[in-house]
Design a protein. Structure first.
Length: 335
């Protein structure tokens, strides 16, 4: 099994680009990894299911070629997100392909299953599991997850409701394994803040939607550029689970964000207004609260470069002004 220390040594910045439903694709993952951060995608983005083999082949071949031609700055590992809930009929097939390609990191969501973790461990892979509170974290670790992704308030899509301060202190009270922290992280300063709270990695999603490589439609990307935290609406209407979405997409779909009805449990993954059917993720755009700093749609490499510059500047300032602070977690190597 890979250790988090080995993973961190491969990174230019301690960041995971979170798996973005519909939006993440091989081009984005490759751009993230070659820029020095962990790239990821949901296996369900590869449709039909047979395409997952093509995607994994493309990613592994392109990263191997990069490493051969850039030995001084090898690519970061990549990750695949697996929905392990019983409703995912593709799980077994998709997991077999992850084993075949020895996917370095598997991110599991919506349930923890020991047999999934065992399959990833069989080739030395690392399993990180999404959690929104301490209860789910304990269950994930008991089932064999190597690390946790702490999804705090402010994250895009199906976010937690706990402050990152509360969530991280509860997790670190008993768990000393790898943790990635998610929730409104879109600057290098926020990456540093995640580490000071005890995380090993920052988990960034919305900022990567507004990149040239992402599969989001142009209007989605522009809404992120134009938006701030005031444009994020939290509702359970569209999927039955509370999540954070862009106001512009809700208005465009014909809804009044200030007067949204409650969810209908019998209509998961869509809402309706008149004769119009609206689907979450395709029409209602998930987004986190950190987007106020996103000024333009940029190549992924430029975004990572900006995050790295901000991170290093903030770290230098912190080290200079807090000489008595325990800074071991701030010493993550940055290439």
């Amino acid at each position: 099994m890979k250790s988090i220390a080995n993973v961190l040594r491969r990174l230019q910045l301690p960041v995971i680009g979170s798996p973005l439903f519909i939006v993440s694709n091989p081009k984005l993952v490759i751009a993230q990894c070659t820029a020095g951060v962990i790239g990821s995608f949901p296996s369900l983005n590869a449709r039909p299911a047979s395409r997952l083999n093509e995607w994994l082949h493309e990613i592994t071949e392109e990263l191997a070629a990069w490493d051969k031609s850039h030995p001084e700055s090898p690519s970061a590992p990549f990750a695949v997100n697996q929905i392990v809930h019983k409703t995912n009929g593709r799980l077994e097939q998709d997991l077999e392909l992850c084993v075949k390609y020895k996917v370095p990191i598997v991110i599991t969501s919506l349930g923890a299953r020991s047999e999934v973790n065992a399959a990833v461990h069989s080739y030395g892979g690392l399993v990180l599991h999404d959690v929104i509170d301490n209860i789910f974290a304990h269950k994930a670790v008991e089932k064999g997850a190597d690390g946790l992704i702490a999804v705090a308030a402010g994250a895009g899509g199906h976010a937690g409701v706990l402050s990152p301060f509360a969530l991280m202190q509860e997790l670190r009270a008993w768990f000393d394994g790898p943790i990635a922290l998610s929730g409104a992280i879109a600057t290098g300063q926020a990456v540093l803040a995640a580490l000071t709270l005890g995380a090993d990695l920052a988990y960034i999603g919305s900022a990567f939607i507004a990149t040239c490589e992402a599969s989001a439609v142009d209007a989605y990307k522009q809404a992120i550029v134009d938006g701030t935290s005031a444009d994020i609406v939290n509702t359970d209407l569209f999927t039955g689970v509370r999540g954070n979405y862009l106001r512009a997409s809700i208005v465009q779909a014909g809804f009044d964000p200030a007067n949204l009805p409650g969810s209908d449990p019998s209509k998961m993954n869509f809402g309706s207004e008149g004769n119009m059917t609206v689907k979450a993720w395709r029409d209602i755009w998930g987004c986190g609260q950190g987007i106020g700093v996103i000024r333009e749609v940029t190549p992924t490499r430029d975004l990572v470069a900006r995050l790295k510059e901000e991170y290093l500047s903030a770290r230098r300032a912190l080290l200079e002004s807090h000489r008595g602070l325990d800074i071991r977690r701030l010493q993550v190597p940055v290439g």
